[in-house]
Ligand binder design. Structure first.
Ligand code: FAD
Length: 326
């Protein structure tokens, strides 16, 4: 099936995560232009293959490959990469899409190296030109946008979350299910001893459509109450900077930037954040950026759509008060 776009699904408790539906949209766009098929690969344990085939089929997938085994319940790079490498060797898809997520960032390079495929990371666009697929990706911490051509037959990319819209269900038939052989998978070289799920009512940072981030200017861990209150009023995720994480005020999982998470929400609040290049690279593709900073020269104002110069301890409570009136 050389004429296929393969989406590597990300699942949580057997259910597709938002990034999977976003990748489906991207895959369908390319597939429609080239008259290709869309296939999805789901890996896990005790998956509801028929349910997934309906869900993905309604959103434009033609085929669902399923690798189901007890040993695949938790993500581990060795068996997951082996499944993908085998599938790619057998089916030779034209394009393989992963999420630009912790899992995709770990898995995609390993698979690309194995099958000798070119990999474009963190893509924010796909273009078809002369029957070739081109990849749009930010470079140099977002200072430049590159259009990349991949020379290998099988092309791979990791897709930035929140860039394509979520695929909506239509009247498509259930995807055809193909079970993959999982008999001879390599043992993982690491063992997951414990999974600590952070119990937050807030949306996941990379999936949230609004992110409220506080930086060192917030002044201390206790002052993050107002950041959290604003986030909760807006149904937003809380983000932060490395300076704050290094100071131990907030957990690493909230860090946005080059060495943290990449976010691309509809609305991003940068509160008490100077706008260092390493932070900006993780949030500059947000649709609207609102910056609150007492220093009018702070670099964050260069990329902000709305800037408020002033003390965040006065401005954020005022914002909260006004939003509560809505
Ligand atoms: P600061 O730069 O100290 O800025 C605080 C801001 O708050 C200032 O602009 C100040 O004017 C403002 N402020 C202070 N008080 C108030 C107030 N009362 N009201 C309003 N405004 C106020 N950083 C990241 O964020 N993410 C990364 O992934 C990351 N990766 C890095 C990787 C490398 C290799 C390196 C070298 C650095 C990395 N950094 C990263 C660190 C980055 O360079 C900055 O140091 C960091 O982003 C600064 O965080 P900040 O904006 O919270 O703090």
């Amino acid at each position: 099936m050389a004429e296929t776009v393969l989406v590597v699904a990300e699942l949580a408790d057997g259910k597709p995560k938002k990034i999977t539906y976003e990748m489906l949209t991207a895959a369908r766009e390319v597939a429609d232009e080239l008259d290709y098929e869309v296939a999805v690969l789901a890996i896990g344990n005790e998956l509801d293959a028929d349910g997934l085939a309906e869900t993905f089929g309604a959103r434009g997938a033609d085929v669902l490959f399923v690798a189901d085994d007890e040993g695949l319940a938790e993500y581990a790079v060795e068996p997951y990469a082996a499944i993908l490498a085998q599938l790619i060797e057998d089916e030779e898809p034209a394009l393989v899409l992963f999420g630009f997520t912790p899992t995709g960032r770990d898995l995609a390079p390993r698979v690309a190296a194995r099958v000798k495929a070119g990999l474009a990371t963190d893509i924010t666009g796909l273009r078809v030109e002369d029957d070739d697929i081109l990849f749009i990706r930010p470079m140099y911490s977002g200072q430049a946008i590159a259009t990349v051509k991949i020379a290998s037959d099988v092309k791979m990319a990791t897709v930035r979350p929140n860039t394509w819209p979520v695929a909506q269900p239509g009247d498509g038939d259930a995807a055809d299910v193909e079970e993959l052989d999982v008999d001879d998978l390599p043992e993982p070289r690491t063992e997951v001893l414990e999974v600590e799920v952070s119990k937050s009512e807030r949306p996941e940072l990379t999936e949230a459509s609004i992110v409220v981030s506080g930086g060192r200017g917030v002044g201390g861990p206790e002052n993050f109450k107002i950041i959290e209150e604003l986030a909760d009023l807006l149904g937003a995720a809380v983000g932060t900077t490395r300076a704050v994480v290094d100071a131990g005020w907030r957990p690493y999982e909230e860090q946005v930037g080059q060495t943290g998470k990449t976010v691309s929400p509809q609305l991003y609040f940068a509160i008490g954040i100077s706008g260092a290049i390493q932070h900006i690279s993780g949030m500059r593709t947000s649709k609207y950026i609102v910056a609150i900073n007492k220093d009018p020269e702070a670099p964050i104002f260069k990329i902000a759509d709305y800037g408020i110069v002033g003390d965040l301890h006065k401005i954020v409570p005022l914002l909260i008060e006004e939003i509560k009136k809505l």
